[in-house]
Every structure is written in C-alpha cells, then in structure tokens.
Write a protein that binds this ligand. Structure first.
Ligand code: NAD
Ligand code: LMR
Length: 446
C-alpha cells in the first residue's frame, strides 16, 4: 500500500443495478483503494433498501472494517466523503422506456443516450446532477465526484457551463469495453495492455491509434483486418454471457468501420451512421429497457433477495469482476494516489482536438491525478468526423440552452438538428409527446 489514508465513498444512486458489482470490486481492491466508509444515497428508499440489505450482509462477511450505511438524506449522505459516485437514472427505467418508444412511434430511432431519447434523458439529468454537486460542495468541499450518470455529453456540457469549478469528472466505460475486445482480438489479457489515441464526443468517437502498451507494436493493421469481418465481436468464452442485442451491436462495427477505414469507431456510431437500420430492426413494443427489466434488473434484484433470505453472500454472482466497476476503482485509485494514469474524460476541449471549438465538451484521453484531469492533445479531427461532431455537439449545447432558458424552441432545434431525426415536423411531434411524460423532471419549456 502506498498510503495509510483510507477513503470514504458515497454511491449516489445506491439502488442502481451496477451497485452490488461495484461494491464487490471495491472490496477486492482494498490494497489499491482502501476504504474506511461506504454509503449509499438514493431518492427511492424502497429500491435502494433491496440492494442495501444484501450489501449489508456482503460487507459484514467480507469487509467488516468498512463502515456501511444507506440513506435518503442528502446531508447524511454527502457529509464526510472523499468521493461521490454518480450512478443515478432520473426517472428510472419507466422514463427510459419512453425515451426509446416515443421516437419509434414516429419512425425515428429510440435509444437511451443518443437521438431524441438521449437528449430527453440529458435534460432530466441536468438538475439532479447539479443538485448533487451542490450538496457535495456544501458538505464535503474537498471531495471528487466521478459521474457516469447519462446522458454524459449533456451533463458534462451543463457542468462546464454552470459549475465550471466543480470537482466533477464525467466518464464513460464504453470505450473500455471496446478496448477490452481489441485486447482479446490481439491475444492480450485486457484493456490495461493497450495504449491508445482516441477523440470524439461521448458515445461518438474514434481510435486513431491502438498499440501494445508493453512493446509499442501498432495493433491497428491486425485490428482492421479482424474488424472488417467481425466488428468487435469476439465470441467463444469471452462472450459467453453477452446478451443477443449486444452481439448485434458489436458485429455492426464492421459496417461502421467500412464507412471510415482510417480509424476504428466507438460502437455507438451505429446509431448515427445507420439510424434507419436501427428503426427497421427495432420492436417498438419491446426495446432495450424491456430487455434489461427482464434480464439484468431481474437478476440483480433476485440475487439480492436470495442473499438476504440465505443470510449469506457465499457464491454470489458478482464474484467475477465487472469491467465497469473495475474501471471506476482504477480511476479513484489514480486520483487518490496521484498516479497520472491515462483514461478517457469528457471535458472542455481547450485545444485537445485542434480543429474543434475550445469552449465545447469532448471525450479525449486525460491524465488523472490528485488535481483532477489534464486532457491530452489528440491532433486534428478528420473532415468527416469534424462535420459529424459539430452537428452532434450543437445538439448537446442546445439542450443545455433549453435547460437554462426554459426554451421550447431550443429543445426543438436540438431535436431538429440531430442526425437521427428527418425534419422539424417529426422533431416537434416527438418533443410534444416527450413534454407530457417528462413533466415531473424537465423545467417547464415555454
Ligand atoms: P438504475 O435505474 O438501476 O439505478 C439508478 C438509481 O438512481 C435508482 O435506484 C434511482 O432510484 C436512482 N435515482 C434516480 N434519480 C435520482 C436522484 N435524483 N437522486 C438520487 N438517486 C436517484 O440505473 P443503472 O442502469 O444502474 O444506471 C445508473 C446510471 O449509470 C445511469 O445514468 C446509466 O445511464 C449510467 N451508466 C453509465 C455508464 C457509463 O459508463 N457512463 C455505463 C452504464 C450505465
Ligand atoms: C445500460 O447498461 O443500462 C446502458 O448504459 C447500456 C445498455 O443499453 O445496456
């Protein structure tokens, strides 16, 4: 261990389906990121308690030295913490279902973080995340918030503009998932073995360079050969528990790559390159939300119930590390121990992509340390990529304008400009339906 200091962490969104896996990874990483206290905070007491009761047993059995508690009281939650993990889903799966199904009603792709659904979700998340930042600053002014609550690009733009000095870092694990696949394709153990240059926006980016971290070998030629046939689909043991819809997503990368073979795409580009393919393959009555409710959420809450009934967490399903939680632990470690390790962050551009606006949010490599992040220069975006990014980034900025100005028109412009929406009249129909269901969460748009 490099330090005697032990940390206090609060997970905001304690009722998240990712929480138990994250807790298990935190416990396993005590030599890397030692804890003295772990708290959960959620605004849904009942949902959080189902997870917390199982975690109580896990903590008693495996880490009795770490004080564990859960609460719905912000003061209790955010006092005496070093790290706040942002894992909230404003409006929960009920609202995600609308994000996906309303656009599909009008022949437009419906997705959690992209297209009109992603913008609707972003507008719901802004006030909740700003509130959590404010509580953190009031009750634990030295704490860092690691936020992965979506829609990250929009939340990060709101943070850049409205809380420019806040100690918040907006991150995403999707590129890590893609990089772990690249490592497997090249016969390496994990994404830790890969060095990279990547640029873009959240869920909207490209690898310029992928190298073997130890030897420096350029892995792009090998990867391109593989990706043009199989995308990022690895198969075999690697993918034995990957859901069918994710298999389609990773295979689709082959078509994304064919469109722009200089770089390797983030798998989320499928939604922008092939929105009509998404619509044609979607079932408007059964979207990704339904899949999660029937699969991940059912498994997570079922397992928590089993643990509580059995009174023990022996042989639980989270004993195998998850990429998502492993990544977050690594980031906390880098900040706590000032390692200046390289990860991706969503932050103000300020020249990181030389031909994009300085006052805009981009997703680029950054060095993570005790003072936060130092974004790295990635060079120039290609003409194709720059054009796509300018459009998408403007949508994200317009959503924040809509939040600040309570402007219906700005939100309508955001929907109209988006690559996934054919014209302003369709944009208006989607927005008008979304206004009704989002009433409890959005500012009143006039
Ligand atoms: P979930 O619905 O299972 O859990 C979210 C929890 O947040 C719920 O318990 C809910 O009650 C709570 N919540 C909602 N609004 C809140 C508020 N204002 N204050 C406190 N708690 C609140 O969600 P999930 O599927 O586990 O995902 C959690 C978040 O992580 C989502 O935003 C999701 O989009 C995001 N996510 C991010 C990444 C990434 O790498 N960036 C990857 C996966 C998921
Ligand atoms: C999630 O895991 O909820 C999303 O972030 C991605 C998905 O659709 O599974």
């Amino acid at each position: 261990m490099t330090s005697e200091k032990k940390y206090s962490v609060v997970i905001a969104g304690g009722g998240s389906t990712f929480t138990p896996g994250f807790v298990l990874d935190l416990i396993k990483s005590q030599d890397k990121f030692p804890l003295r206290q772990l708290k959960f905070y959620d605004n849904d007491a009942e949902r959080q308690e189902k997870i917390a009761k199982a975690v109580e047993i896990i903590m008693k059995e495996r880490a009795p030295q770490i004080k564990f508690s859960y609460t719905t009281d912000p003061k209790e939650a955010f006092t005496d913490v070093d790290f706040v993990m942002g894992s909230i889903r404003v409006g929960k799966y009920e609202m995600r279902s609308y994000d996906e199904k309303i656009p599909l009603k009008y022949g437009v792709m419906g997705q959690e973080t992209t297209g009109p659904g992603g913008m609707a979700y972003g507008l719901r998340s802004i006030p909740a995340i700003l509130q959590i930042i404010d509580w953190m600053e009031e009750y634990s002014p030295n704490a860092w918030m690691i936020n992965y609550s979506n829609t990250i690009a929009i939340v990060a733009e709101a943070c850049r503009r409205l809380r420019p000095n806040a100690k918040v870092i907006n991150i995403c694990d999707m590129p890590i998932d893609d990089m772990d696949r690249m490592a497997a394709i090249c016969g390496l153990d994990s994404w830790h073995d890969i060095d990279f240059n990547y640029y873009g926006l959240n869920h909207f980016g490209w690898w310029k360079e992928v190298r073997n971290k130890k030897t420096g070998e350029d892995l792009m030629p090998k990867l391109k050969e593989y990706v043009k046939e199989h995308g990022y689909w690895v198969g075999g043991d690697y993918d034995k528990s990957t859901e069918a819809s994710w298999e389609a997503t990773f295979r689709k990368v082959a078509d994304e790559y064919a469109l722009e073979p200089e770089t390797l795409p983030n798998n989320y580009m499928q939604y922008y390159y092939f929105p009509q393919w998404e619509v044609a393959n979607a079932d408007p009555k059964h979207t990704r939300t339904d899949e999660i409710l029937e699969y991940r959420q059912k498994i997570v809450f079922g397992e928590c119930e089993r643990i509580v009934k059995a009174g023990t967490a022996a042989d639980n399903i989270w004993d195998i590390s998850g990429l998502h939680s492993e990544y977050i632990v690594d980031i906390c470690h880098a900040i706590a121990f000032n390692t200046h390790e390289k990860f991706l962050a969503n932050c103000a551009n300020n020249g990181a992509i030389s031909n994009m606006d300085p006052d805009s949010v981009v997703e680029v490599p950054a060095l993570f340390g005790a003072d936060g992040i130092q974004p790295m220069a990635t060079g120039e975006a290609g003409r194709f990529q720059r054009g796509l990014m300018m459009e998408q980034q403007t949508c994200e900025k317009l959503v924040v304008d809509a939040y600040v100005e309570h402007s219906y028109n700005k939100m309508l412009q955001a929907f109209t400009l988006n690559k996934t929406v054919p014209d302003a009249s369709v944009a208006k129909k989607i927005l008008d339906d979304m206004m009704v269901v989002n009433k409890p969460y959005w500012p009143e748009l006039k």
